[in-house]
Design a protein around this ligand. Structure first.
Ligand code: NAI
Ligand code: MG
Length: 348
C-alpha cells in the first residue's frame, strides 16, 4: 500500500491539509498515511524545523503532502532554524528538481483576478520551474572591495544535464495538453540562457510532435498580463520561474486556489499549495482549502497513478466554485471546513 507523508506544518497549514485529507478519505483509496512535524510546529516541539524523523518519513514515503510553514514566532531565529529551511531542505534532500505550477482561472472566479474578466477567463497554463539549480544554488559571496564598497554576488549556473531533464518534463507535459511548449530564457544576454536554449532545442529532437517556441523572460512577464491565454506549458529556470509563477498566480485569482507539485523524475514528489502559512488568518477557520485539496489531486495523478481520482477531485472543486461556494479570500463567508464540505458534496 502506498505511503503518504502528511507534513501539515504551521499556521493555516494544518487547517487546509485537514480538508485535503477528508477529501482523500472520502474517495476510499488504498493509501496509508503517516504524519510528521515540520516548520514552526517542529521547531516548537523538538527544536528543529526539519527533524531527522520527518526527513526519514519523507524519504520512505511514496509522496509528501505538505501544508505550509512560516510561523512568525520563529522570525527572530537564526536562518537554519527558520521554518522555510524545512522546504528548501526537503527539496534538496529529495532531489525535487521539477516544480509544476498549474495556473487556471476557475469558471465563476473572473472577478477575483487582477486582470479584466475577459482576459482572465483565458488563463489555463502550467509553469514548469526548475527547482534545484540556477542562481539560488550557485556560488555566492559578499566582500568589501579595495575602494571600501560592499559587493555581493550569486553565480547563475546550469549544466546541460540539469537543463535536459527539466526540458523533458516540459515536453512530456506538453504532450498531455496542447502539444505546445514555450521555453523562457534570457538568451540575448546570458550564457546560462544560451546553453539553456541550445539544450532545449537538442532535446526537442525527441519530441517532433511538440511545437517548441522561445521567449525572453522580460517579454514573457509582459505577455503574462497582456494576453495570458496564449500560454499553455512554459518551461524555465529557477529564478525566472519563481517570478513568472507568482505573477501567473495573481492573474488566476486567489492564492488560495493554486496547487503545486515538486517532482524528482521517478514519480516521487512533494505536493503543496503555493501559499504560505498566512499567520494573519491562522486559527480562524478563514483559509481557503482548495489549493491544498487540488495539491492532493496532483499527488494522485503524478505519484500514485490514480488519474481518475484526481479528475474527480478537480471536478468537485470546479463544481463547488461554480455553485457559489466562497471563502473570504474569494469574497464569500464560508469557513475552511464549510468549503471542504462543499467540495465533498460534489464528490458524490
Ligand atoms: P502567505 O501566502 O502566507 O499569505 C499571503 C496573503 O494571502 C495573506 O494575506 C494570507 O492571509 C493570504 N492567504 C494565503 N493563503 C491563503 C488561503 N489558503 N486562503 C485565504 N487567504 C490566504 O504569504 P506571506 O504572508 O508572505 O508569508 C507568511 C509566511 O509563510 C512567511 O513566513 C513565509 O516565509 C511563509 N511562506 C511559506 C511557504 C510555504 O510553506 N511553501 C510559501 C510562501 C510563504
Ligand atoms: Mg516565490
Amino acid at each position: 500500500m502506498p505511503l503518504i507523508a502528511i507534513l501539515a506544518g504551521d499556521g493555516i497549514g494544518p487547517e487546509v491539509t485537514a480538508e485535503a485529507r477528508r477529501v482523500l478519505d472520502t474517495l476510499g483509496l488504498d493509501l496509508g498515511y503517516e504524519e510528521g512535524l515540520v516548520g514552526g510546529a517542529a521547531y516548537k516541539a523538538v527544536g528543529h524545523p526539519l527533524p531527522p524523523e520527518t526527513l526519514d518519513l519523507a524519504r520512505r514515503a511514496d509522496a509528501v503532502l505538505f501544508g505550509a510553514v512560516g510561523d512568525p514566532d520563529c522570525d527572530a531565529l537564526e536562518r537554519q532554524f527558520r521554518p522555510e529551511q524545512a522546504i528548501l531542505g526537503l527539496r534538496k534532500e529529495l532531489g525535487l528538481f521539477a516544480n509544476l505550477r498549474p495556473a487556471k482561472l476557475f469558471a465563476g472566479l473572473e472577478d477575483a483576478s487582477a486582470l479584466r474578466p475577459e482576459i482572465a477567463r483565458e488563463i489555463d497554463m502550467v509553469i514548469i520551474r526548475e527547482l534545484t539549480g540556477d542562481v539560488y544554488f550557485g556560488a555566492k559571496g559578499f566582500r568589501t572591495t579595495a575602494d571600501g564598497l560592499r559587493e555581493g554576488h550569486d553565480e547563475m549556473r546550469y549544466d546541460e544535464r540539469e537543463i535536459a531533464r527539466i526540458a523533458r518534463v516540459g515536453f512530456e507535459t506538453a504532450r498531455t495538453r496542447k502539444g505546445k511548449l514555450l521555453s523562457v530564457d534570457k538568451a540575448n544576454v546570458l550564457e546560462t540562457s544560451q546553453l539553456w536554449r541550445d539544450v532545449v532545442i537538442e532535446v526537442s529532437a525527441d519530441y517532433p510532435d511538440v511545437a517548441l517556441s522561445h521567449m525572453y523572460v522580460d517579454n514573457a512577464a509582459m505577455q503574462m498580463v497582456r494576453n495570458p491565454g496564449q500560454f499553455d506549458v512554459i518551461v524555465t529556470g529557477n529564478l525566472f520561474g519563481d517570478i513568472l509563477s507568482d505573477e501567473a498566480s495573481m492573474c488566476a485569482g486567489s492564492i488560495g486556489m493554486l496547487p503545486s507539485a515538486a517532482l524528482d523524475g521517478t514519480g516521487r514528489g512533494m505536493y503543496e499549495p503555493i501559499h504560505g502559512s498566512a499567520p494573519d488568518i491562522a486559527g480562524q477557520g478563514k483559509a481557503n482549502p482548495c489549493a491544498a485539496i487540488l495539491s492532493a489531486a496532483m499527488m494522485l495523478r503524478h505519484s500514485l497513478d490514480l488519474p481518475d481520482a484526481a479528475d474527480r477531485i478537480e471536478a468537485a472543486v470546479a463544481e463547488a466554485i461554480l455553485g457559489g461556494a466562497r471563502t473570504p479570500d474569494l469574497g464569500g463567508t464560508l469557513s475552511t471546513r464549510a468549503m471542504g464540505d462543499a467540495v465533498l458534496a460534489h464528490l458524490g
